[in-house]
Design a protein around this ligand. Structure first.
Ligand code: FAD
Length: 441
């Protein structure tokens, strides 16, 4: 029976840095999830495999994908609570909740990300300065663990495991369902305002300014050449009052198909950035945008990733305290001049939260850089790793598949505490991924 439920297949991380053979299964009944889990020693869960880094698989491990568990199990409109299975995608969740003018605001940027994947990575959305990470919307979790069986997790029940599971990158077992506290959504139309800025100092000032109305603020900056480094556009999205909430979405698959020949290189990045900046600088400063465009900015723009080709790319996301930004950027620019990496994207936003365990969360600024996968970029990135400790930077392990053990333990002060508690909960350390093995978690 188990043999019919599993198959061998090749899997590749979203950034294309790692590919390996795994045993894959997609149970459609809770009984099958129990049986399969009981028959394998090393397991990991996988959602839509949209983590840039290899989080949902490891060589010859069993990867359990629970996308067939995608039902809405309970909805209490009065209390604004919803319980959904973890294989449900974000867009499926929204299609249901928006009918009732409700949502969770911590939505990571692609519609086919699963609830299980978002919870296990403690995902955040564009509004992370106001709403923090998805942790803030989670009331309870139903977890299946090979040794411990079925566990209800919340602030009142198995609190320790609840805490380890949110942002615990799938290492505590299979998240089967999640109850969320929803909030009202006034309308699903946004007003986007933009402003061009000459440098990062100005960007930072705007991002940290107090706003009269809640808005999502983020930037796009140039990092394609030394002279224009930091020049860019600041975007602000406001929810448009008195518009409707629409939930008519028609999305069911990913459109990621890497090109055979990569198109991003020093020259093309420079040309595209020049035009992108100038078009944005001289076009209308205010426009109306729909929900999908704002919440899932990469939906419909998958070619950005496809243009990296089969060799892929690396993304580095860094949390840094605002007081350290300028000095860090000065050193970054010096290294940039010397090592000449190819950076296709540079962006800045603010974040709020408390850093704990493996979670990418803090009251800090969040810098994002995408690099073409080549020798110069890799050397440059290793130099930046060595600055992380100095500037008390937290690098994302969800996004950056290169991070090594040394950088990880220096930057994640609570990593050992996570590891100790996890080992206590699961002495055999059943749930493991390429990432957990690399970082020896
Ligand atoms: C275009 C794009 C934009 C993105 N934007 C953002 C963003 O704005 N903010 C942000 O925070 N992230 C963002 N991400 C990253 C993404 O949110 C996370 O990597 C998320 O975990 C991916 O979900 P997934 O369903 O693909 O899970 P996978 O990548 O398959 O798995 C991710 C982790 O979750 C675990 N997991 C999955 N399902 C379960 C389960 N049922 N039980 C237990 N563990 C489970 C896996 O073991 C793994 O550790 C983006 C990714 C892409 C591709």
């Amino acid at each position: 029976m188990i043999k019919n439920q599993t198959k061998r297949r090749k899997i590749v991380s979203f950034d294309k840095s790692i590919s390996t053979n795994i045993i894959f299964c997609q149970p459609d009944k809770y009984k099958i999830l129990e049986n399969i889990s009981n028959n394998f020693e090393n397991i990991i869960n996988v959602g839509s495999n949209l983590s840039y880094s290899p989080l949902g698989f490891s060589e010859n491990n069993l990867s359990i994908e629970i996308k067939k568990f995608n039902r809405v199990l309970n909805f209490d409109k009065k209390r604004k609570l919803i319980t959904v299975e973890a294989g449900l995608t974000l867009i499926e969740l929204l299609s249901f909740t928006l009918k009732h003018n409700l949502w969770i605001p911590q939505l990571p940027g692609y519609p086919t990300i699963t609830i299980g994947g978002a919870v296990a990575s403690n995902a955040h959305g564009k509004s992370c300065a106001i709403h923090g990470t998805i942790r803030k919307s989670i009331k309870s979790i139903l977890l299946f663990h090979k040794k411990h069986g079925w566990l209800n997790l919340s602030e009142n029940e198995n609190k320790d495991i609840f805490d380890l599971t949110i942002g615990g990158i799938g290492l505590t077992g299979t998240i089967v369902s999640v109850t969320f506290q929803l909030i009202d959504l006034e309308s699903s139309k946004f007003i986007t305002e933009k402003q061009d800025v000459q440098n990062l100092k100005k960007c930072k000032k705007i991002i940290l300014e107090k706003n009269d109305q809640p808005s999502f603020i983020y930037t796009w900056n140039r990092a394609d050449n030394f002279k224009s480094f930091g020049e860019g556009i600041v975007y602000k999205n406001y929810i448009e009052k008195k518009a409707n909430v629409s939930n008519n979405f028609n999305i069911n698959k990913n459109n990621f198909k890497p090109l055979f020949i990569p198109l991003w290189n020093r020259f093309s990045v420079r040309v595209v950035n020049f035009f992108y900046y100038n078009i944005n600088k001289y076009s209308k400063t205010k426009k109306r945008e729909n929900f999908l465009n704002v919440i899932f900015p990469f939906y419909g723009r998958e070619n950005y990733f496809n243009f990296f080709g089969k060799k892929g790319f690396y993304e580095s996301q860094l949390l840094i305290h605002e007081s350290k930004l300028e000095s860090f950027i000065e050193e970054f620019k010096e290294l940039f001049k010397k090592y000449e990496p190819t950076i296709t994207l540079f962006s800045l936003k603010n974040m709020s939260g408390d850093q704990k365990y493996l979670r990418f969360e803090d009251d800090k600024l969040c810098l994002t850089f995408d690099y073409v996968n080549n020798k110069k970029s890799l050397l440059f990135m290793s130099k930046i790793d060595s600055l992380c400790h100095k500037y008390e930077i937290l690098p994302s392990i969800i996004k950056d598949s290169r991070i090594n053990k040394d950088t990880f333990y220096k930057c994640y002060k609570e990593a050992n505490s996570f590891k100790d508690k996890l080992n206590k909960f699961d002495k055999s350390r059943i749930y493991q991924s390429e990432l957990s093995k690399r970082l020896e978690i």
